[in-house]
Design a protein around this ligand. Structure first.
Ligand SMILES: [Zn+2]
Length: 173
């Protein structure tokens, strides 16, 4: 049974550390951590979650968007587990869009991100693979990739454009 873990909140040092590479992506404790992270992300209505957010300083995150109360317009994809990710290529073209973070509750901000990426990562099967990402999925990747390097989206957002989640949802409707 997956366990819903506590989410590290803004101010926790683990969120500001550069995460360690995952030494053995096929280790049983990694599979357990991933199952717990998925359950935690789902419970908190996230669209992605990084290991430092559950107090594990590892280069591991999951991209798992689906429509929920926090992201009513999210597309649904099968969760993608990414370990030891790297960016191979990124588009010059940038796009600004709203982001939130389970570690920064109640706040949204506008963040510029690369529109498209080619990335390399290891999955739960231990196989190194490459993928091209664009749009919302590329945005989630860049947000989670920041997490494993000790960065948060609020570092990249213009503080004058921050909004509470309530006001952000008002803007959508
Ligand atoms: Zn986040």
């Amino acid at each position: 049974m997956a366990i819903i873990r506590q989410i590290a909140q803004l101010g926790r040092p683990v969120l500001r550390k550069v995460a360690e590479p995952v030494a053995d992506p096929t280790a049983p404790e990694i599979a357990t951590l991933v199952a717990d992270m998925l359950a935690t992300c789902e419970d908190a209505n996230g669209v992605g979650i990084a290991a430092p957010q559950v107090h594990e300083s590892l280069a591991l995150f999951i991209i798992c968007p689906r429509p929920n109360v926090r992201y009513p317009e999210a597309q649904t994809i099968e969760p993608i587990v990414m370990m030891n990710p790297e960016i191979v290529w990124k588009s010059d073209e940038m796009e600004s869009g709203w982001e939130g973070c389970l570690s920064v509750p109640g706040i949204r901000g506008i963040v510029p991100r690369h529109l498209a990426l080619r990335v390399r990562f290891t999955g739960l099967d231990g196989v190194r693979q490459e993928a091209e990402l664009s749009g919302f999925i590329a945005r989630i990747f860049q947000h989670e990739y920041d997490h494993i390097r000790g960065m948060l989206y609020i570092d990249r957002a213009d503080p004058r454009e921050l909004a509470t989640e309530k006001e952000y949802l008002n803007l959508l409707s």
